[in-house]
Design a binder for this molecule. Structure first.
Ligand code: PLP
Length: 391
């Protein structure tokens, strides 16, 4: 079992479905990242809020000293409310609204990651109106295909994100002429759930080339932000509860040519929170179909959309039964054929009422929940909350 027995006892009295967060694992993961970056000079990690914006987790991540990577005004508000310092907030996104830019300016956030020339102009104008100087980095589209699901690659020329490599020189020159922006550096983010270090090596090589080229034309860039994207082990979360941060940071240390004055920023989301969360659901019915056997649970794609959206795999465990293995499809109650969590998996003989856990659901789980079919949003509990309660 991936979840301690003492918590499973508590689960019995709780309305399902709900997210359960293992706070000890989150803390260990944060400590491990801090330990690993301490071996490198000038490495800074921002947590990508969009992976999971649960305030209970955000407070811990902020307390541990991490910055925040935001992709909307709402995320900036959430980050500020949960204790992230504005001086450690970076703001990315292809379509920043005026109110979102103003919010960033009013709070003097560290950096706007600018994704187009018209956005640069608008930021300059809005900053001018406030008599402020906006700090900006340029998000570059490095045209790299990461080896991950097509819906979560972001660094290909055909993707909507970032500024093309060929345009960057001209845009930097333009920004240098604008009165109310200050150029901090460059930003990249090539995709998510990346497990091949070679994808990050290719990114490093692209960045080296670009820095070299820009240096020749006397553009000094103090900050390089390489985004996030480090993947987690969805197949065997029990064997790899904490991603290999050592090899991740060492890859950058080895392949990226930075000067002593340059700072390297990371924006990790999934790798920080992915493994600490599980979706806990109850078996409503076990139904024998014409050709297959279904476990119908009370969680659906409205609570965890990744399997429906990206054909994602989550390890599924029956927390209540240790009977003989049988073959099942695990499905939700939503009126959509894509509301399927797994097909043809082996689980102990399952009965109505059995608790089922979908593991590795801490990232892009609760935050993507919807109220489709007029369903209530899933509740959430931390291991700390459940240790205090008497059974
Ligand atoms: C989503 C996102 C991240 C985080 O991605 P993970 O795969 O969760 O690490 C980082 N930076 C930007 C700009 C993003 O959009």
């Amino acid at each position: 079992m991936l979840i301690d027995k003492k918590y499973i006892l508590r689960f019995k009295g709780i309305q399902t479905p709900f997210y359960f967060y293992n706070i000890e694992l989150l803390k260990e993961t944060l400590q491990e990242i801090k330990r690993e970056i301490s071996f490198h000079k000038n490495y800074l990690v921002h947590y990508a809020i969009k992976a999971n914006a649960n305030p209970k987790l955000l407070q811990l991540i902020a307390q541990a000293g991490f910055g925040a990577d935001c992709v909307s005004g709402g995320e900036i508000q959430r980050a500020l409310k949960t204790g992230f310092s504005p001086s450690k907030i970076v703001f990315a996104g292809v379509g920043k609204s005026d109110w979102e830019i103003n919010l960033g300016l009013d709070n003097d956030i560290f950096c706007f990651n600018v994704e187009s020339e018209p956005e640069l102009e608008v930021i300059n104008e809005l900053a001018k109106a406030k008599g402020k100087i906006a700090s900006v980095a340029f998000r570059i589209n490095p045209n790299i295909g990461a080896h991950t699901h097509a819906n979560i690659t972001t660094g290909l020329a055909e993707n909507k994100f970032g500024i093309a490599m060929d345009d960057i020189e001209r845009i930097i020159q333009k920004a240098e002429r604008l009165s109310h922006v200050h150029i901090l550096g460059l930003h990249f983010h090539i995709g998510s759930q990346i497990l091949e270090m070679n994808d990050f090596i290719v990114l490093c090589q692209r960045i080296n080339l670009l820095i070299c080229q820009l240096k020749q034309n006397h553009h000094q860039l103090k900050h390089i932000n390489v985004g996030g994207g480090l993947g987690i082990d969805y197949e065997q979360p029990d064997k790899h509860p904490i991603p290999n941060f050592s090899s991740y940071f060492n890859t950058y240390a080895k392949y990226l040519n930075l000067s002593d004055e340059q700072q390297l920023h990371f924006e990790l989301g999934r790798a920080i929170v992915g493994q600490c969360g599980s979706l806990i659901t109850r078996t409503l019915y076990v139904k024998q179909g014409a050709t297959r056997q279904f476990i119908i649970v009370d969680a659906g794609m409205t609570d965890l959309i990744r399997p429906a959206l990206y054909q994602a795999h989550h390890l599924i465990e029956n927390l209540s039964s240790d009977g003989d293995l049988e073959k099942y499809d695990v499905v939700g109650p939503i009126c959509e054929s894509s509301d399927v969590f797994a097909k043809d998996i082996l689980l102990p003989k399952t009965n109505r009422g059995d608790l089922i856990a979908l593991h590795s659901a801490g990232a892009y789980g609760e935050i993507m929940a919807s109220q489709y079919n007029c369903r209530p949003l899933p509740q959430n509990y931390t291991s700390e909350e459940l240790s205090d309660v008497k059974p």
